[in-house]
Unconditional design. Structure first.
Length: 169
């Protein structure tokens, strides 16, 4: 994959996560890794750093790796991988090997401990800064009802974007 300047990352942030989705992978060679689909999140600037924000419920297998490791990647895939991304968003790495099931491949580079999806159009290699649990009691009632009927709350992970890679054809 080609290393690019983050200034060249050109996307509408309001559709990037919501419509395109991303596969988040967390973990590394020491603790293992897992990936899942996310459609809630954002990109921005915080503490003078380029950052991404992702929201992962505590029940997800991927949450365990986000807690155990600082290596986090966001892989953005083309439309033809939508069904593979649906598998990453419906099945758990506790039950199946999602890479084997979908034919996607985990990839890594010597300068980085984490894994990303080899087939991605764009990858953001990140380093976890911190995780913050959403405080259920502070949420408005409509969001409690809509999004947290079982109180399966999200942890918001703030991750620093360290490198932008593309798979230009
Ligand atoms: C389109 C789509 C978007 C999703 N977005 C999120 C999200 O932002 N946060 C989250 O916790 N789960 C989200 N999910 C659900 C997880 O991807 C799903 O529960 C997955 O099976 C978890 O896998 P794991 O147990 O291997 O971590 C989404 C699912 C789909 C299909």
């Amino acid at each position: 994959m080609l290393k690019k300047n983050l200034k060249e990352f050109d996307s509408n942030i309001f559709t990037l996560f919501d419509k395109k989705w991303a596969i988040v992978t967390a973990g590394d060679k020491n603790v293992g890794f897992n990936g899942m689909t996310v459609s809630w999140g954002g990109l921005g600037t915080l503490w003078n750093k380029p950052v991404a924000f992702i929201f992962v419920r505590k029940s997800r297998f991927t949450h365990e790796f986000l807690e155990k490791s600082d290596s986090v990647t966001l892989s953005f895939l083309g439309e033809k991988y939508k069904s593979a991304m649906t598998v990453f968003g419906r099945k758990s790495g506790r039950d199946i090997d999602k890479f084997a099931e979908t034919g996607l491949h985990p990839s890594f580079e010597p300068d980085y401990n984490g894994y990303f999806v080899a087939e991605a159009e764009a990858v953001l290699k990140c380093k976890k800064i911190m995780g913050l649990d959403i405080e259920y009691d502070k949420l408005p009632d409509n969001i409690k009802l809509d999004c947290y009927p079982d109180k399966d709350i999200h942890t918001m992970y703030i991750v620093e974007v360290k490198q932008y890679l593309t798979n230009e054809e």
